[in-house]
Ligand binder design. Structure first.
Ligand code: ZN
Length: 168
């Protein structure tokens, strides 16, 4: 199985809104397995299809503590139905935005609807860490990166740093 490459900022593909996934066939299952490998390998707690160059509405996550058994979750065509409260996601990071961390304001609890990898309807009440991860990944599916949530100044500092790196 060839390894998936995780796209990084400023790759324009990351800004593309994704399409709903209607047919969850064997190819999709294969992609999910490949995405899981890439996520655990990184390591990360969440990965959206768009980050590996696939513009479909699919994300995976695993927020189980490290060293404990893995528990991969798949969420397809997710929609946030309700959101409430406020939480500061401390030094949030992203596999597609390397070497950058920032505090991000998120909703503290959300209700998400979607389908699982078998195509079964799924309703998810999330708060804390899980709510943060899901909001982050669902943003990806809309072509949005977490740096869009930070102050313009902080973002510019990062953009300058990346441009310098790309030139060298
Ligand atoms: Zn991310």
């Amino acid at each position: 199985m060839n390894k998936l490459n995780i796209l990084t900022y400023p790759d324009k593909f990351l800004n593309r809104p994704t399409q709903p996934l209607d047919n969850i066939d064997g190819k999709v299952q294969e992609m999910i397995d490949k995405m899981a490998l890439a996520m655990y390998d990184a390591p990360g707690v969440g990965l959206a299809a768009i980050q590996v160059g696939w513009d479909k509405s699919l994300l995976i996550y695993d927020v189980s503590p490290r060293d404990e058994s893995r528990s991969l979750n798949v969420l397809i065509n997710p929609k946030i139905i309700t959101k409430e409260g406020e939480i500061v996601s401390e030094s949030e990071g992203c596999l597609s935005v390397p070497d950058f961390r920032a505090d991000v304001k998120r909703y503290s609890s959300i209700l998400v609807k979607g389908v699982d990898r078998e195509g079964r309807p799924l309703e998810l009440e999330a708060d804390g860490m899980l709510a943060i991860v899901l909001q982050h990944e669902i943003d990806h599916l809309k072509g949005k990166l977490f740096i869009d949530h930070v102050s313009a100044l902080k973002r510019q500092m990062y953009v300058r740093r990346i441009k310098k790196k790309l030139r060298s």
